[in-house]
Ligand binder design. Structure first.
Ligand SMILES: Nc1ncnc2c1ncn2[C@@H]1O[C@H](COP(=O)(O)OP(=O)(O)OP(=O)(O)OP(=O)(O)OC[C@H]2O[C@@H](n3cnc4c(N)ncnc43)[C@H](O)[C@@H]2O)[C@@H](O)[C@H]1O
Length: 275
């Protein structure tokens, strides 16, 4: 049995299949984890969702910002962006089923006890320990799965609050958590979140630090596997920090990590997705 973790798909279904063939993935014995953003911009979001759902217990994903945005568009809260190329998904007979399945996916997968890693789409706040991260993920998942998820998807679009306080409550607390788990890249040195910069660290302003370069004992205690940040490609992250989005949809490649021996497998983009 092997454990594989793959970076952002963003509708790049063929590259995922080629990677799975490369490692001879066996769904009856192996496990596939996904760091989220299964959809948007690539041309096969429908196939990606159907495939991951069809794997059942052999696969598990977290939610990314594009996945949450898809949910918002599916419930009529936001308009579909043409560049997201999700027309085939919206026209599919199993659309509602796929959207319902997606809404029930978590923000955090915790394998720290058994295998020594956790997975989120963007990262874990420099202001959280693991217990707080798990609690915050749980609170958002509860609303998405059983609460007023339409209201949450309506009110999640803001960059505030940009820092954590234990006293945060209501939509502010949920929004901070969503932004950390699905959108974070940079922080100021005081650990406040910054969302505008999407540059690679070498080109970022001096007053910004990648979230994982701030001080948090958690970052040494367990490995953190994440995606989201395509321009991080080639950046030497610290031990324990695994950046798996290598920008397939932007013309680079898709990355899959086999956890047991830490071997990386890659598949170059086979199409020009962003024209
Ligand atoms: N709570 C919330 N608040 C607000 N919005 C929310 C939200 N929840 C969901 N959303 C939604 O999130 C979606 C994405 O936001 P956007 O803001 O539209 O998209 P993005 O930054 O391009 O994000 P992406 O996740 O695609 O990041 P990536 O690193 O691949 O790409 C980032 C950039 O890196 C660049 N890039 C990629 N590879 C690179 C490389 N190798 N070198 C340099 N740059 C590179 C790309 O050109 C690109 O511009 C929107 O639909 C938005 O509505």
């Amino acid at each position: 049995m092997a454990t594989y973790i793959v970076g952002d798909l963003q509708g790049c279904f063929d590259e995922l299949q080629l990677l799975l063939q490369q490692v001879e993935f066996n769904p009856t014995a192996d496990k596939l984890y996904l760091v989220g953003d299964l959809v948007a911009r690539g041309d096969q979001s429908l196939e990606c969702l159907r495939f991951v759902k069809s794997l059942g217990a052999a696969a598990q994903t977290v939610l990314g910002n594009h996945d949450l945005h898809l949910l918002a568009t599916a419930y009529g809260i936001k308009k579909v962006k043409a560049k997201d190329r999700v027309d085939a998904l919206f026209a599919a007979p199993d659309f509602n089923e796929l959207i319902d399945w997606l809404r029930h996916q978590p923000l955090l997968i915790d394998c720290s006890q058994q295998q020594g890693f956790v997975i989120t789409h963007a990262g874990i706040s420099p202001e959280w320990d693991l217990a707080t991260a798990k609690q915050c993920a749980h609170e958002v998942e509860q609303v998405l799965q059983q609460g007023d998820y339409k209201q949450l998807l309506t009110e999640m679009y803001s960059d505030q609050p940009d820092h954590w306080e234990d006293s945060l409550s209501g939509i502010d607390r949920l929004r901070y958590s969503i932004n950390v788990f699905t959108r974070m890249r940079y922080c100021f040195t005081n650990k406040h979140l910054e969302f505008a910069c999407k540059l690679p660290p070498a080109e970022a302003p001096d007053n910004l630090k990648a979230w994982f370069e701030l001080t948090n004992p958690l970052y040494q205690q367990t490995a953190i596997l994440f995606g989201h940040w395509a321009s991080l490609i080639g950046y030497p992250t610290p031990k324990n920090i695994y950046a798996l989005d290598t920008g397939c949809v932007w013309g680079n490649y898709m990355t899959m990590l086999r956890w047991e021996d830490k071997q990386f497998f890659t598949q170059t983009a086979i199409k020009d997705y962003i024209k």
